[in-house]
Structure formats: structure tokens, C-alpha cells
Design a protein around this ligand. Structure first.
Ligand code: ATP
Ligand code: MG
Length: 396
């Protein structure tokens, strides 16, 4: 018998019109991450089958646990002996060392010309197991152990309980978005949640050297590398924000520093997103977390762009966000002690309910367009690949 990997799609199957596109994208994403391992992939609308050498199975299963769009990963067995006697003995051999008290046999007959029907095979195999293994019973409603037999043309597939996959949609099936990635706790979590919805992300980071250090930038690169594991790789746009921040500090009412600074970040992000075919911005804002995240603040900041902004964490509290950050391994990186550009320029009393008319008035003191275009013109791009030894689990 030959081992094969069987994948179930789960959530994909609800997307009836697009299913072919979703499955093809999943196949492409899997082929990309398995580029260094010899493999073959086949699929139908219900499952995907991956053939790899037996020595590579464990490694491939580990890799597949980081791929969105997979609901269940099952190691199955394929045999070309199709007669009922070999089915009975194969099942017995495969299950005899497993621990279970109750079981159920489920046969699917894809090849309708097979002489025995599914119900008959269930009964024959079930009885054979009952006579050969002691202390087990059939439970058709809540079995501990499921024995799946699939009768295909010239081959039989056997498989049992699988491992839970990450779920979500295959990355890229819902287009691209630009994540505003700071070194904080929130934005990497917001990125993870959006990638899970099938959105491929690019990221943008605003740095203010010498007010922010190289180490703060390294931290953002490390965070991007963690996210790249799910996204296949990440294009990170780095914007030098120093001149803008210093200009704002000199020319704007201190109460409004943060509001105007964030309006500038939004303007730049929306242009970078547009130039890179991203349809949305994503950030880690959460209602009420700080003065710039009250509803009036969000409105005053959002007002300067037309592009939609997705805020996956809008209604999460900090403890919930921290618990996700820990599970996706970004928390330890986010809590390294390097200041980012926002924390340095925080005024003592930031406005909680900024007035849009005042924002527009204050901005007359600076040359918004010139500053925005200069920052974009000089921006740096880094292509970030996933680090090989990251292992993740899903939590959502
Ligand atoms: P924390 O976890 O400390 O809240 P944060 O990154 O969420 O960190 P906020 O001040 O709450 O910091 O910023 C709200 C959002 O704005 C961030 O989640 C992020 O999406 C974006 N943002 C803030 N600073 C930057 C920056 N320097 N570069 C890119 N995006 C940023
Ligand atoms: Mg935050």
C-alpha cells in the first residue's frame, strides 16, 4: 500500500461559483511551498490528493498546517488490490494498532461498476473487525474512530481521522491589501486575520531615523517574516517619515500632532496601495484603544482617503489581541523594547474628538502634497521570505 496525503477544503465548498478558482489557487499555493520537495497534486471538487515520497510525508504535513484554505489533512493509503478479501485484510492491518472502543465504517463507491455496494462493504468490513479485534463496538452516531473506504477505478483508498488544517481561504483568492505594519502587538495580528480571509498582503512601515533605531526596523522585518509564512512572501515598503514628523512637530498645534501624522500615513499608504494593485488598507486600530482610535478620530483620519480600510481588531480588547499574538508567535517580537515613530512624538494631551475643519486648517501650515510625494519617491522596498523554522498553530 502507498501512503498519500488527502486534503479537505472545508469553507471553500461554500463558494459555489468560484470553487474551481479557489481550488486552483490552493494548488498553486501548495506547489509553491513544496517547490523543493518532489510531489504530484491531483484534485476533484471534494478533495485534493498529494503524492510525495514516504520519507517526506511528515515534513509535508507540517508545511501544510500553515496553509490557509485547508480544513483537514489526512494521511491515507492507496492499494491497487480491489477485491473484497484484500479490503478486509487491509483495513484490519491498518487499524489493529490503533486505540479505539467504538468505530464506524463509511464506504464511498466512486466506481459504481464495483460489484458490492457501499452498505454491503460497510457491513462486511465491520463484522470482520468485530470478529478479529476484541472489545470494540460499532457506533453509527458518535463513533470514536472513522474508517473511510473509497472505491475508485482500479484502486481503493483507506483513511481515518485527520489533523485539523488552518481553515480560511487560499491566499490570493480575494485579491491584495496593504497592511500598515508597526512594531506593535496589534498590526501583525490584524495582518494574520486578513491573510486568513484569502487576502494576499503587502506591508508598509513608517520609520523616523534617527528618532527610531535600526533595531526598530529589524523588529518590523522579523514580524513581516512571521506573516510571510502564511502569505508565501511579503513585499515590505519602508517610508522615511522623519521630515514629515519634524515638519508636523514644528508647524501644527500639539493637540493635533497624532491626528495629522496619521492622516499623512493614510495618504501615503493609499497611494502605495494603489500603485501596487492593493484594494484595501489594513491596520491594527481598535475602537477606544488610544486617543487616535476614538470614532471621531477614526473619522477625521479616514476622511483624507477614499480607499476602504479594514480593521480586523476594531472590536477586540487588548487581552484577546495579546492571546492571538502569542499563539501566532508575534508577541515576543512585538514586545522587544524599541520605540517606533509614534511613541516618540506623542503629545501630553492628544485631542480625543478632533474637528475635521481644524485638521484641514492646520494642514494649511505644511505642504501636504510635496511631503507625501517626496516620501513616496524615496521609499525602500524589501522582499521578505518566510523563515524556514517557524512552526505555527491556528487559533481562530
Ligand atoms: P500597539 O500594539 O502598541 O497598540 P500599534 O502598532 O497598534 O501598537 P497604534 O498606535 O495603536 O500602534 O497604531 C494603530 C495602527 O496604525 C497600527 O496597528 C498600525 O496598523 C498602524 N501604525 C502605527 N504606527 C505605524 C508605523 N510606524 N508604520 C506603519 N503602520 C503604523
Ligand atoms: Mg494599537
Amino acid at each position: 500500500m502507498k501512503k498519500i496525503i488527502i486534503l479537505k477544503y472545508g469553507e471553500l465548498t461554500t463558494k459555489k461559483d468560484n470553487i474551481n478558482y479557489f481550488i486552483k489557487t490552493l494548488k498553486k499555493n501548495i506547489s509553491e511551498v513544496l517547490e523543493n520537495i518532489e510531489h504530484e497534486i491531483y484534485y476533484d471538487f471534494g478533495r485534493m490528493f498529494i503524492y510525495v515520497a514516504e520519507k517526506d510525508i511528515d515534513e509535508v504535513v507540517n508545511i501544510l498546517q500553515n496553509i490557509f484554505g485547508i480544513f483537514e489533512i489526512i494521511i491515507g493509503f492507496k492499494d491497487e488490490n480491489t477485491n473484497i478479501e484484500s479490503i478486509k485484510s487491509n483495513v484490519l492491518n491498518l487499524v489493529c494498532d490503533k486505540e479505539f472502543k467504538t468505530f464506524k465504517v463509511i464506504t464511498k463507491r466512486s466506481d459504481k461498476s464495483y460489484p458490492t455496494n457501499s452498505m454491503e462493504i460497510n457491513n462486511i468490513v465491520g463484522e470482520y473487525l468485530l470478529t478479529n479485534i476484541s472489545n470494540i463496538a460499532v457506533d453509527v452516531h458518535k463513533p470514536e474512530f472513522l474508517i473511510n473506504i473509497e472505491i475508485r477505478k482500479n484502486e481503493i483508498l483507506y483513511y481515518f481521522n485527520g489533523i485539523k488544517g488552518l481553515g480560511g481561504y487560499p491566499v490570493g483568492t480575494l485579491g491584495k491589501g496593504l497592511l500598515m505594519l508597526s512594531g506593535g502587538i496589534d498590526s501583525p495580528v490584524a495582518g494574520y486575520m486578513t491573510i486568513k480571509r484569502g487576502v494576499k498582503i503587502e506591508a508598509i512601515y513608517f520609520e523616523s531615523p534617527p528618532h527610531t533605531s535600526e533595531l526598530a526596523k529589524d523588529k518590523v522585518i522579523k514580524l513581516a517574516r512571521v506573516l510571510a509564512k502564511y502569505n508565501s512572501n511579503i513585499k515590505l515598503h519602508i517610508i522615511n517619515f522623519t521630515e514629515i514628523q519634524e515638519t508636523i512637530l514644528k508647524n501644527i498645534e500639539h493637540e493635533y500632532l497624532i491626528t495629522i501624522m496619521r492622516r499623512m500615513m493614510y495618504r501615503i499608504s493609499a497611494i502605495i496601495a494603489h500603485n501596487n494593485k492593493c484594494n484595501i488598507l489594513i491596520n491594527g486600530e481598535s475602537i477606544g484603544q488610544v486617543a487616535s482610535q476614538t470614532l471621531t478620530s477614526m473619522r477625521a483620519i479616514n476622511e483624507v482617503i477614499k480607499m476602504p480600510v479594514i480593521r480586523p481588531l476594531a472590536c477586540f480588547d487588548k487581552l484577546e489581541i495579546i492571546s492571538i499574538a502569542k499563539k501566532i508567535n508575534t508577541y515576543e517580537i512585538s514586545t522587544l523594547p524599541y520605540e517606533d515613530c509614534c511613541t516618540i512624538f506623542v503629545p501630553l494631551h492628544p485631542v480625543i474628538n478632533p474637528d475635521i475643519a481644524k485638521c484641514n486648517l492646520y494642514e494649511k501650515n505644511i505642504d501636504v502634497d510635496k511631503l507625501v510625494h517626496k516620501a513616496i519617491k524615496n521609499h525602500e522596498v524589501i522582499d521578505i521570505k518566510a523563515k524556514e523554522d517557524n512552526k505555527f498553530i491556528d487559533i481562530l
